[in-house]
Design a protein around this ligand. Structure first.
Ligand code: ADP
Ligand code: MG
Ligand code: MG
Ligand code: MG
Ligand code: MG
Length: 677
C-alpha cells in the first residue's frame, strides 16, 4: 500500500507552522514507547549486567533476530548500441506484481528514492544465535534471482553503490518504450561536457507525459509555468526520475528550501594526464565533480543490517560499539569511485550522501555562527548513549549542539508521564530533534495514534547507526540497532560475507563471558570516517583503534591498518577483532547452539572461516575492493583517454562485465565464490 498512499505534503515554509507541535508529538510518542518497552526483556531469565566479568553463566533461551536490506539499480542494457541506462520505471513493476503476489514472496520488495531503484529485505528476520548462516546467502541469492526474473528483457538488477553516469546528459531509458535511433545517437555522443538535461527536450514528449509528477503544492519562488525540476532545480538530474511517491520529491524540495539554496555536492576529481580542469557552467568548481540534486546521494545503494537486542540498555551499548566500527566497514566495502561520468579521488559514497541532503541553513553551516551545526542530517553519530560503565565521559568529546527547547519539553513530559529518562537518552533525543520534519502529510498532522511523528524525525536522521525503538505500541519487536555504512557489493556472496562478519562481532556482545570494549573518543571515530573514503583506504590508511579492547578503563588508542585491526599486530601485542572472535567463538557458537545438533555448529564454523578468509583477502590486497576494481577497469579500457572521463561506451562495458561476473558467467578472482556449501 506504500506506493498507493498518495498524500499531499506541505512545503517547508508551510510546515513551519507545525514543526514545534509535531516535534512535541514525536517526543511524546517516543516516551510512550519508553514507558511500555523500557523494561522490556526478551527472555525469561535475568541477563546479568553485560560488562560484569564475573558472570560466567548465560542462559540460552534468547530469541534474537537480525536482518539485512540491500538496494540495487535497474539498468537496461542496449547491447547493439553499447548503452547501459537507468530504467526509471520500477513503480510500474510494483503495480504489475500486485500486493497479493508480493505477500507470497520470501522477501519484501521496497521502493527507494530513485524510480530505478529497488530495495529487498528478507520477509522474516534470521535468527541471531543458533542459525544456519548459509540461509543468509540462500535468501540473498533468491532475492536477486527472483527480482531479476521479473524484469523485462534486457534489464539487469545491478548491485553497485553508484550508477556511474548519473547526471551525464541523458542517462535513463524512456518509460516502457524503446529509444529511437536518433535518441541513441544523441546519448552516445554525450560526455560530462555535453550541457543540459536532454530528458527535458522537445522530442521526448512521451517521456514527459508519462512521468510528469504533479507538484504537491504551488511553488512559491518560481512562476507556476516551468515545471521542469520544480523540486530540486537541478541542472543535471531530472526530478521525474525521483520515485513518484510524494515522500521523495517533498524531501528533495524541502531540503532545498530549508537550506536556502540547491544542495551542493563536491567530490574531488581524480586528475589524470589529460584531465580538463577548466571552470565551466556545468563544472563550476575546478578540480571537483559538482552535483546539485538529492538523487546524486540518495540514488545510491547500500547494504544495511539490523539487530534485535536483549533490552534497551543492550541496544544502547550495541549502538555505540557499532558506531565505532562503522567507518572501518565503509572502507572495507568501498565501491564508489565514479560520479557523474568522472573518476573521483574517493572510494566511498558516504560524504556524497551527507552533502546530498544537507538541509542546514547558511548560518547553521557557518562555524562562526551561534546556530552552527557541525554536520548534515546524514552523518556519523555525534553522541554515545550507553549507560554501561565502559562508556566514559571522555569519549563523548564532540560537544555537539542539541535542541535545548525540545530537551526541556522532553524532561517535563517524562516527569509528567512518570518515566525515568537519563541525561544520555535525553541528549540523544535533543540531537535527533535538532532537525526539522521534512515530510508532513496534510491529512496526518492531527493523527497521532501511532509513532509516525517520532519516525518522521528519526527516519530522516540518516546516521552511521540508528537506535530503533519498537515500531509501535503493541509491537512484539524489541529495541534494535541498525548498522548503516556498508556499501552494496556486487554479488550475493560478498553481501552475505560482510553481513556475517558484522554478525560475528555483534554476537560477542550477546555473551557475558568476555568484555568487549571498542570505546574511544568520538572525535577519533569521525577522523576514521574522514579517512575511510580516501582512494585505497582499505590498504593505505591507518585508523584509530582501541587496542586494550578487553579492558574496562580508559582507552589505549593506536593508529593501525585494517589488516592489523582485524588480524592483529605482528608483535603479538594485539590479537585483532578476528583474534577475539577465534578466542570466543567456541563459547559463543556452542553456548548458543546448545540444544541443536553439533552439525549446525560445525557447519557454521566452516562458513565463518570462509568469511574470515574473505576479509583477510580484502585487507591484505589479494582481492580488490569493488572501488579499486572499477578504477582499474576504466583506466585500462582501450577507449579511456587519460582524461578522468567515463564515456557511455566505457560505462556499458563496465556494467556488462559486472553483470556477467554477478551471474557467474565470467570468472574474476576479485569476486570469489565463497561459501563452499
Ligand atoms: P529501514 O528501511 O527503516 O531500515 P526496513 O524495513 O527496510 O527498515 O528493514 C528492516 C530490517 O530489520 C530488515 O533487515 C529486517 O530483516 C530486519 N528485522 C525485521 N524484524 C526484525 C527483528 N525482529 N529483529 C531484528 N531485525 C529485524
Ligand atoms: Mg529499508
Ligand atoms: Mg533503503
Ligand atoms: Mg535501513
Ligand atoms: Mg528505509
Amino acid at each position: 500500500g506504500y506506493l498507493n498512499d498518495k498524500g499531499v505534503t506541505y512545503d517547508y515554509y508551510e510546515s513551519l507552522a507545525f514543526q514545534k507541535m509535531l516535534k512535541e508529538k514525536g517526543i511524546v510518542q517516543f516516551l510512550s514507547l519508553l514507558k511500555i518497552f523500557g523494561k522490556f526483556q526478551l527472555h525469561e531469565h535475568q541477563f546479568e549486567h553485560l560488562s560484569d566479568p564475573n558472570v560466567k553463566q548465560v542462559e540460552t533461551k534468547m530469541q534474537l533476530f537480525w536482518g539485512d536490506e540491500f538496494e540495487g539499480h535497474v539498468i537496461k542494457l542496449y547491447d547493439d548500441q553499447k548503452l547501459a541506462l537507468l530504467n526509471p520505471n520500477t513503480s510500474g513493476l510494483f503495480q504489475s506484481l500486485g500486493e497479493e503476489h508480493q505477500k507470497k514472496l520470501p522477501f519484501v520488495i521496497l521502493p527507494e528514492f530513485g524510480a530505478w531503484m529497488i530495495e529487498l529485505t528478507p520477509n522474516k528476520p534470521y535468527q541471531c544465535m543458533c542459525y544456519n548462516f548459509d540461509q543468509v546467502l540462500i535468501n540473498m541469492r533468491k532475492r536477486i534471482q527472483t527480482l531479476q526474473s521479473y524484469l523485462p528483457q534486457g534489464n539487469q538488477y545491478v548491485l553497485i553503490p553508484v550508477y556511474p553516469m548519473l547526471g551525464v546528459g541523458r542517462f535513463t531509458t524512456t518509460v516502457e518504450s524503446d529509444l529511437t535511433a536518433s535518441m541513441i545517437e544523441k546519448i552516445r555522443s554525450q560526455t560530462s561536457y555535453i550541457e543540459g538535461t536532454p530528458t527535458l527536450q522537445q522530442d521526448e514528449k512521451q517521456f514527459q507525459n508519462e512521468k510528469l509528477i504533479q507538484p504537491a503544492t504551488p511553488y512559491k519562488e518560481l512562476p507556476v509555468e516551468p515545471i521542469c525540476n520544480y523540486f530540486s532545480q537541478s541542472i543535471y538530474f531530472d526530478d521525474r526520475i525521483i520515485n513518484p511517491h510524494p515522500r521523495y520529491s517533498t524531501l528533495a524540495q524541502n531540503i532545498r528550501l530549508r537550506r536556502g539554496s540547491k544542495v551542493e555536492i563536491k567530490i574531488p576529481l581524480f586528475i589524470d594526464q589529460n584531465t580538463n580542469v577548466e571552470e565551466s557552467e556545468y563544472e563550476p568548481n575546478p578540480g571537483y565533480i559538482t552535483m546539485d540534486h538529492m538523487g546524486f546521494g540518495m540514488g545510491n545503494c547500500a547494504l544495511q543490517t539490523t539487530y534485535l537486542s536483549i533490552d534497551i540498555d543492550h541496544a544502547r551499548l550495541l549502538y555505540d560499539q557499532l558506531a565505532i566500527l562503522a567507518p572501518l566497514f565503509a572502507a572495507l566495502t568501498a565501491g564508489s569511485p565514479i560520479y557523474k561520468g568522472k573518476i573521483s579521488n574517493w572510494d566511498t559514497k558516504w560524504d556524497c550522501l551527507e552533502m546530498s541532503v544537507d538541509c542546514r541553513s547558511e548560518k547553521e553551516r557557518n562555524p562562526q555562527n551561534a546556530n552552527y551545526i557541525p554536520k548534515s542530517r546524514y552523518s556519523t553519530i555525534s553522541y554515545f548513549i550507553s549507560n554501561d560503565k565502559m562508556n566514559l565521559e571522555e569519549y563523548n568529546d564532540l560537544n555537539f549542539p542539541a535542541n535545548e527547547e525540545i530537551m526541556k519539553f522532553t524532561k517535563e513530559k517524562a516527569q509528567e508521564m512518570d518515566i525515568k529518562l537519563d541525561d544520555k537518552l535525553l541528549k540523544h533525543l535533543g540531537i535527533l530533534f535538532l532537525r526539522d520534519n521534512m515530510v508532513m502529510f496534510k491529512d496526518k498532522i492531527h493523527i497521532d495514534d501511532n509513532t509516525a511523528h517520532f519516525e518522521a524525525i528519526q527516519s530522516s536522521n540518516w546516521n552511521s547507526v540508528r537506535f530503533k525503538p519498537p515500531p509501535s505500541y503493541n509491537s512484539k519487536i524489541g529495541w534494535r540497532v541498525e548498522f548503516r555504512t556498508m556499501e552494496i557489493q556486487l554479488t550475493a556472496e560478498e553481501n552475505a560475507a560482510w553481513s556475517i562478519m558484522i554478525l560475528m562481532i555483534v554476537r560477542l556482545f550477546f555473551t557475558n563471558y568476555i568484555p568487549v570494549n571498542f570505546y574511544m573518543p568520538l572525535s577519533l571515530v569521525d577522523e576514521n570516517m574522514r579517512r575511510s573514503k580516501e582512494k585505497g583506504a582499505i590498504l593505505n590508511k591507518k585508523f584509530y583503534f582501541r587496542t586494550n579492547f578487553q579492558e574496562y578503563g580508559p582507552a589505549t588508542v593506536e593508529e593501525l591498518t585494517l589488516q592489523e585491526i582485524f588480524f592483529g599486530k605482528q608483535d603479538n601485542t594485539f590479537i585483532g577483532i578476528i583474534g577475539l572472535i577465534h578466542q570466543n567463538r567456541n563459547v559463543v557458537n556452542k553456548q548458543q547452539c546448545a540444544q541443536k545438533e553439533e552439525q549446525v555448529y560445525l557447519k557454521n564454523k566452516i562458513l565463518q572461516d570462509e568469511v574470515i578468509e574473505f576479509v583477510r583477502s580484502k585487507v591484505n590486497g589479494t582481492t580488490k575492493t569493488l572501488a579499486s576494481w572499477m578504477r582499474d577497469f576504466v583506466t585500462s579500457h582501450p577507449n579511456y583517454n587519460q582524461d578522468s572521463i567515463v564515456t557511455h561506451e566505457i560505462n556499458f562495458d563496465l556494467i556488462k562485465t559486472l553483470t556477467a561476473i554477478k551471474d557467474r558467467q565470467k570468472e574474476d578472482p576479485h569476486f570469489p565464490l565463497i561459501f563452499s556449501m
